[in-house]
Write a protein that binds this ligand. Structure first.
Ligand code: NAD
Ligand code: TYD
Length: 377
């Protein structure tokens, strides 16, 4: 495989995937295709933008004609598809945009790839359509626990390692889809289309479902960068509901490494779950962030806890996500490289060291959006 399109490469996870591929595979031509919505930012890729094997193309994934032309002009062999609307709160306010981009955009890419690849003498030989999805399509898990044991408890039930869990059930590759938010409903729908293109036309597709990512270059509407930035500015930290919801966190570079391994070695038509067995209750995670930011800024320890503000819960707020990634670990030998405390320390340091990046994003339009989003909460 030589010519690879990475969609959404100017976003959070996409920029890490583009960086990894451009640096690791000088023999590949990497095309970053991105519409540059509010979430796309070419400043995320400053360090690799002049590499000879990298090219940026500004394009909407819904533009079928333009993408079909690009497939032909660039003789595309592989697609790694990350472009999406990705924020649950936005999807609650504006579900149409999510259906357009996540569903119709994905379908448009699939159909263009099908037409181009089927026109070649080798057809689908050596080709790949790799779709990046989320654990949120599986729905929400309960906080069930063995009798007499309070969560979090140590379990070996679903992994090779001991880890702390908030429930006895996990998301497996076989778990039935049960999305609750417009975001996850749109992602679920796009996953179904990708699988349908394999089953109907024989397209070599792969789907992966990953847990919550954190790390550098994440847009500051998501919990971790938002709270780091608010602590720095001594602004309120809006905790939804009681802060009891559980998320399973993975360092973004570990996700990018998994994508590399799966793109090259994953089995066609398979699904792989990606996650680090790292469940945190929001409020506990927030306290770790506060402690870390306070220490690094030289504030008295824990002094920013006074910024915690409990606000109206998110509508349809999923209680718990927990990914079982045993299949990926066993079959393809991937494992997360960082302990969470290390990852959080690295992440907080990055945001504090890159305040200009943050200030550029949070000025102007975004400031207005943020005020609107949190008005009356
Ligand atoms: P992000 O919002 O940071 O980036 C999305 C990127 O897609 C942006 O660069 C944006 O400009 C681009 N984009 C949006 N609409 C487009 C369109 N119509 N045409 C072309 N480009 C468009 O998102 P992210 O957090 O990096 O997530 C990337 C992918 O990974 C998404 O598909 C998301 O569902 C999935 N995912 C995210 C997480 C997470 O924790 N962030 C976890 C699992 C899976
Ligand atoms: P988020 O980063 O939006 O990711 P997702 O909704 O995809 O899991 O939110 C992570 C968790 O943090 C989720 O349970 C919602 C909660 N949250 C807050 O409590 N306050 C906030 O301001 C945000 C953005 C999220």
């Amino acid at each position: 495989m030589k010519n690879i399109v990475i969609t959404g490469g100017a976003g959070f996870i996409g920029s890490h995937v583009v960086r990894l591929f451009v640096n690791k595979y000088p023999e590949y031509n990497i095309i970053n295709l991105d519409k540059l919505t509010y979430a796309g930012n070419l400043a995320n890729l400053k360090d690799i933008e002049n590499k000879p094997n990298y090219k940026f193309v500004k394009m909407d994934i819904c533009d079928f004609e333009a993408f079909y032309q690009l497939m032909q002009d660039e003789k595309i062999d592989g697609i790694i598809h990350l472009a999406a609307e990705s924020h649950v709160d936005r999807s609650i306010k504006d579900p149409f945009t999510f259906a357009r981009t996540n569903v119709m955009g994905t379908l448009s890419l699939l159909q263009a790839a099908k037409l181009y690849w089927e026109s070649l003498p080798e057809k689908y030989e050596g080709k790949r359509f790799y779709h990046i999805s989320t654990d949120e399509v599986y729905g929400a898990l309960e906080m069930t626990h063995p009798e007499g044991v309070e969560p979090p408890f140590t379990t070996t039930a679903s992994s090779t390692e001991h880890h702390l869990a908030y429930g006895t059930e996990f998301f497996y590759e076989t778990t039935k889809y049960n999305p609750h938010s417009p975001y996850s409903a749109a992602k679920a729908s796009s996953d179904h289309f990708v699988r349908a293109y394999h089953d109907t036309y024989g397209m070599p597709t792969i789907v992966t479902n990953c847990s919550n990512n954190y790390g550098p270059y994440q847009f500051p509407e998501k919990l971790i960068p938002l709270f780091i930035n608010n602590i720095r500015h001594r602004k309120p930290l809006p905790v939804y509901g009681k802060g009891e919801n559980v998320r399973d966190w993975l360092y973004v570079e570990d996700h990018a490494r998994a994508i590399d391994i799966i793109f090259h070695n994953g089995k066609i038509a398979e699904t792989y779950n990606i996650g680090g067995f790292n469940e945190w209750k929001n409020i506990d995670l927030i306290k770790v962030m506060i402690k870390t930011v306070d220490r690094l800024l030289g504030n008295p320890e824990g002094s920013s806890e006074e910024l915690i503000t409990y606000v109206t819960d998110r509508a349809g707020h999923d209680l718990r996500y927990a990914i079982d990634s045993t299949k990926l670990q066993k079959e393809l030998g991937w494992e997360p490289s960082l302990q969470f405390e290390e990852g959080i320390e690295k992440t907080v340091r990055w945001y504090l060291d890159n305040q200009e990046w943050m200030d550029n994003i949070t000025s102007g339009e975004y400031e207005k959006y943020y005020e609107e989003m949190y008005k009356g909460r």
